[in-house]
Ligand binder design. Sequence first.
Ligand code: NI
Length: 226
Amino acid sequence: MLLTLPDILSQEDLRKVHQALTKAPWTDGGESAGTQARAVKNNLQLPHDCAAAQTIRAHVLRGLDSSPRFFSAVLPLKVFTPRINRYAGETNAYGNHIDNAVRVLPGGQRVRTDVSCTVFLNDPTDYDGGELVVADTYGEHSVKLPAGHAVIYPGTSLHQVKPVTRGERLACFFWVQSMVRSDEHRRILFDLDMNLLALRQRHGETAESTALTGTYHNLLRQWADT
Ligand code: NI
């Protein structure tokens, strides 16, 4: 499931993000990629522990935490430390690849990369190119969103970032291990949840919405690992 999440960052968040980026110690993005990905990865990223990365990460995680749609679509169990990257000039693209299935946090804890998330940190008018292209069984989807908006897609997807030919593209990206491993199962739960929400808005609580909420939780109980 590929899904966009508008306004994860407010204008005030974005102002602070850009302020933090004025002192950003960019490094070669190849360092954190697996062998296949490293061959096609050509961008810059921030070290996890630098002040700019910590500030931006805090804003992004707070924004996602307050998004019920993110929670419903991803059903997060563990989040791998969000990274901040920059595509511009000579370091301007990331060719087709699939992300490593498992990432290891500094403390040694493993995170399975069920869901990938990109939060766009600057506006599409700031740069040409730089589309995130995600392939699934329905073909290729090209994603380029306003600053502060996010996209999530299954970690199983082949994806790339097209070359940036003007300006710079700034984004925060990370992976989530979901309580529900299967993308198809997550999709069913998300559809059920969103339609229940709409039903309640239209009719209030009814015996049927209560029963279907039970069905939602019973499916989640079947499919979730905690
Ligand atoms: Ni990737």
